[in-house]
Design a protein around this ligand. Structure first.
Ligand code: KIV
Length: 282
C-alpha cells in the first residue's frame, strides 16, 4: 500500500482503476488511526455518529458542532485516507450561502478534505455553490437517512422504472453540479451497476451490490460493535461486542476479588510511608 495521502483528485481517478475503493465511517481519532493503518482509502465522518455514538434514534438531531468535534478527532488520527465530513440535516438546505458557510467549516475547523451531503437534483445549487467556493462535494442518493421519513422509512429505493429513472437523473445532476463522487444507498444491484456505468465519477455503494466503484460500511456495524439493529446489507467481519463484554466482566470480577491491580501494575518507591498513618489506623 502506498502511504501517500489520498486526495480528492486521487479518489476521483480511482474510478476504473485496478482496485475497488474502500470507505468506512470513523468518529474518533483512535479508531480512525486503526482503519487508516489498515489501508482504507476513505474515512467518512458520517452523521450516523448520531445513532452509533451519540445515542439518538436517528441522524436528524445531529448538529454542526457535534460533527466538527468528531471530524477534527478523525482528522488528527488519519495520515493517509481521504477524510470526508458529512453535512448534518439542516446545515445545507436553507440557502446556498448557508451550505457554503457550513461546508467551509468542515475544511477550516476540522481539517476535512471534502464534505458529503444527501439529496439529488434538489441539492444541486448547494453542490455548485460549495464546489465554486473550493469545497469538494460527494453526493448521497438512494436511501437518504436524513429524510427517510419522506421515503417511507429505511427502505430499498429505485424499485420501479420511474424511481430508477429519477435516481439516474439525480446522479447525472450531481455529476454536472461538480460532485467528485456519489454514495448510493439501498438500491437494487442491477440499477446501481447501470448508474455506475453511466456516471464518470466514483459510485460508492452501500446495499447497492458489487457493480459499484467502491463500497462503504458503518464501521460499528461491520465490527459488530452496534447491537441495536444490523441492516441486511451489512457483512459483519468481527463480532467485538461479546469480546468487550467478556473483557469488562473479567475486569469487574478481578477488581471485586482483589486480583487487579497486581504488583506489576503499581509504582514502588524506596521510601517507607507507613509513618503517615495515624496510630489507630496502623
Ligand atoms: O452517515 C453515514 O454513516 C453514511 C453512510 C451510511 C454512507 O452516510
Amino acid at each position: 500500500m502506498c502511504m501517500k495521502k489520498v486526495t480528492v483528485k486521487d479518489f476521483r481517478e480511482m474510478k476504473g482503476g485496478d482496485h475497488a475503493i474502500s470507505m468506512l465511517t470513523a468518529y474518533d481519532a483512535s479508531m480512525a488511526r486503526l482503519l487508516d493503518q489498515a489501508g482504507v482509502d476513505a474515512l467518512l465522518v458520517g452523521d450516523s455518529l448520531g445513532m452509533v455514538v451519540l445515542g439518538y434514534d436517528s441522524t436528524v438531531p445531529v448538529t454542526m458542532e457535534e460533527m466538527l468535534h468528531h471530524a477534527g478527532a478523525v482528522r488528527r488520527g488519519t495520515e493517509r485516507a481521504l477524510v470526508i465530513g458529512d453535512m448534518p440535516f439542516g446545515s445545507y438546505q436553507v440557502s446556498v450561502e448557508q451550505a457554503i458557510a457550513n461546508g467551509t467549516r468542515f475544511l477550516k475547523e476540522a481539517g476535512c478534505d471534502c464534505v458529503k451531503l444527501e439529496g439529488g437534483e434538489e441539492v444541486c445549487d448547494a453542490v455548485r455553490g460549495l464546489v465554486r467556493a473550493g469545497v469538494p462535494v460527494m453526493g448521497h442518493i438512494g436511501l437518504t437517512p436524513q429524510t427517510a421519513g419522506q421515503l417511507g422509512g429505511f427502505k430499498v429505493q429505485g424499485k420501479d422504472m420511474e424511481a430508477a429513472r429519477q435516481l439516474l437523473a439525480d446522479a447525472k445532476a450531481l455529476e454536472a453540479a461538480g460532485a467528485f463522487g456519489i454514495t448510493l444507498e439501498a438500491v437494487p444491484a442491477p440499477l446501481a451497476t447501470i448508474i455506475t456505468k453511466e456516471i464518470a465519477v466514483p459510485i460508492i455503494g452501500i446495499g447497492a451490490g458489487a457493480g459499484c466503484d467502491g463500497q462503504v460500511l458503518v464501521t460499528n456495524d461491520m465490527l459488530g460493535l452496534f447491537e441495536k439493529f444490523t441492516p441486511k446489507f451489512v457483512k459483519q467481519y468481527c463480532n467485538l461486542a461479546p469480546d468487550i463484554k467478556q473483557g469488562v466482566q473479567a475486569f469487574i470480577r478481578e477488581v471485586q476479588d482483589g486480583i487487579f491491580p497486581a504488583e506489576e501494575h503499581g509504582f514502588a518507591v524506596k521510601e517507607d510511608f507507613s509513618d503517615l498513618l495515624t496510630p489507630e489506623k496502623k
